[in-house]
Design a binder for this molecule. Structure first.
Ligand code: AHR
Ligand code: AHR
Length: 510
């Protein structure tokens, strides 16, 4: 296939908030306990639980900009007080949300990973914290006290003093706070109508800002699939009192497993491949709808943004325990990151769900740890993307897909999906290009207007022998990134992009 890619280095599409490459950890199944922490006495829920050093190094390598915690649905049943203070006095609790589904999603919480352990982890891996308070089963006053525990001065505040007495003198400076999770859902603890949610949100925000005047607030938003009018109603009441509206999208959707199996039976893996690599188009459409809600209710000039604070592929409960991500799924993630580059004026934060084991980028089994295929897009984009989006234009062939669960059938899906960024000093342009074709390379003509690159171009290629390839504990580099350095003359004006791959090309100004 022949194609043309044009990057216009003079046409900036807006600042890119690095937090879009963010992550999420929840006390659910084996994400925190059994993932981040290993039980040194397996079978005894009291542990001792120890942080897995090998896994922490893998997380640090991702240069994670932000990690959301403690949920998710878990957050609305969590009492932060259970997780602070000396370990021996922390209570063992039933997991108020996830225990309803039994041992599969987690029954007991030893509470040894609490606020201070979370902050230590953030410092170690260099990530910004993003804490979700309990809206569903707690109070505005308790949320404010948690803010004070995290951010209050040690000498002049009660909770700040408590924190200092537990060994953390310096305030943590947690800026981003979510108020509730998926409150539109009947499945959440504290399910509310949008007007009820918005009024009580204002109470929470009011109390929390008394504890710290410099916070960024995330209100619960909804994907139109779950509730078409939620966002508008919440924004009409609380729109001028929030910074970010959260959106979650999981496709084809765990509740639509029938549609996934039907598609598999009808089309086999080849048709599934096409639907999944094209699905970022649907994720982008849903994000645009939420952006549209903000603009319709608050006006185009509003600075309110989107926290896409849970997103991933999800089609079966098994993936909560043993996700087996393939190269196909990695290409999907690259596509969603491109969508967020394009929507960077509104999408400020995003957190793929989740970091460990639960739909996880990294999986663990006993002593073993594995970087799945889904780990690699984050390694590539978070390290190579610049701070400003650039206009890109692609001319290439297209294809059609069939519907899979919540992913609709599509026509005219371009085989290539590209996005580009510039560094802050304008001296580096990174072009990201996904070739979604299952078997054919793309012969690309690449033009960069407004920047004359020189010297060496770093070419990073995310690929594997087949789009069904996946990583295992024995070999976690079947799907991986290959890095090459080529002379600018070998990258421009013509370059071949391999079948089923994502490429990042880093050009430097001459
Ligand atoms: O990521 C798993 C769960 O999916 C989260 O707890 C919840 O917010 C969503 O429904
Ligand atoms: O499992 C219930 C809902 O299904 C999740 O909250 C939603 O995100 C998913 O698609």
């Amino acid at each position: 296939m022949k194609a043309t890619i044009r990057v216009d280095a003079k046409n900036e599409t807006g600042a890119i908030d690095r937090r879009i490459y963010g992550h999420f950890i929840e006390n659910m199944a084996r994400c925190t306990y059994g993932g981040l922490l290993k039980n040194e006495r397996p079978g005894d829920p009291r542990g001792p639980w120890k942080l897995r050093e090998d896994l922490i190094d893998m997380v640090a390598e991702l240069q994670p900009p932000v990690i959301r915690w403690p949920g998710g649905l878990f957050a609305d049943g969590y009492n932060w007080r259970d997780g602070v203070g000396p370990e021996e006095v922390r209570p063992m609790r039933r997991n108020r949300y996830w225990s309803r589904y039994g041992p599969f999603t987690r029954v007991l919480d030893p509470n040894v990973f609490g606020s201070d352990e979370y902050m230590s982890l953030m410092r170690r891996v260099g990530a910004e914290p993003y804490v979700n308070v309990n809206f569903g089963t707690s109070s505005a006053a308790e949320a404010a006290r948690w803010v004070e525990y995290m951010n209050g001065d040690a000498a002049s505040t009660l909770e700040g003093g408590r924190r200092a007495s537990y060994g953390r003198e310096e305030p943590c400076g947690v800026k981003t706070w979510g108020i509730g999770n998926e409150m539109y859902g009947l499945w959440s603890l504290g399910h509310s109508r949008p007007d009820q949610y918005a009024r009580r949100y204002l109470e929470f925000k009011g109390a929390m800002q008394e504890a710290d005047g410099g916070l960024e607030y995330v209100a619960v938003g909804s994907d139109a699939y779950f509730n078409k009018t939620w966002n508008r109603e919440v924004l009409s009441i609380a729109g001028d009192q929030l910074d970010l509206l959260s959106v979650h999208v999981y496709l084809p959707g765990p509740e639509r497993i029938g549609g996934v199996w039907a598609a598999r039976a009808m089309g086999g893996t080849a048709r599934m491949y096409k639907a999944i690599v094209a699905s970022p188009i649907e994720y982008e459409r849903r994000l645009r709808t939420a952006c549209g809600d903000i603009e319709a209710e608050l006006g185009k000039e509003s600075t309110a943004g989107i926290a896409f604070d849970e997103w991933n592929l999800w089609w079966s409960p098994i993936q909560l325990q043993v996700p087996r991500w393939t190269l196909r799924d990695a290409l999907f993630a690259c596509g969603v990151l491109h969508a967020m580059h394009r929507l960077s004026s509104r999408v400020k934060v995003a957190n793929i769900a989740q970091l460990v084991n639960v739909l996880g980028l990294i999986i663990t089994l006993g002593d073993r740890v594995c970087r799945t295929a889904l780990y690699y897009p984050f390694l590539m984009y978070s390290r190579l993307a610049g701070s400003t989006g650039l206009e890109t234009n692609v001319v290439c062939d297209s294809f059609e897909t069939l519907a899979v669960g919540g992913i609709p059938a599509m026509t005219n899906v371009p085989v290539l999906d590209c996005s580009a960024t510039a560094s802050e000093d304008g001296k580096t342009v990174t072009l990201f290009a996904i070739n979604r074709h299952a078997s054919e390379p793309a012969q690309c003509r690449i033009e960069i207007a407004g920047l004359r690159p020189a010297g060496e171009v770093a070419v990073h290629t995310l690929n594997a022998p087949h789009y069904t390839s996946y990583n295992s504990y024995k070999n976690d580099t079947t799907v991986h990134i290959n890095e090459a350095h080529v002379d600018v003359g070998d990258a421009l004006p013509a370059r071949e992009l391999p079948a089923h791959s994502a490429t990042a090309m880093v050009f430097r100004k001459g």
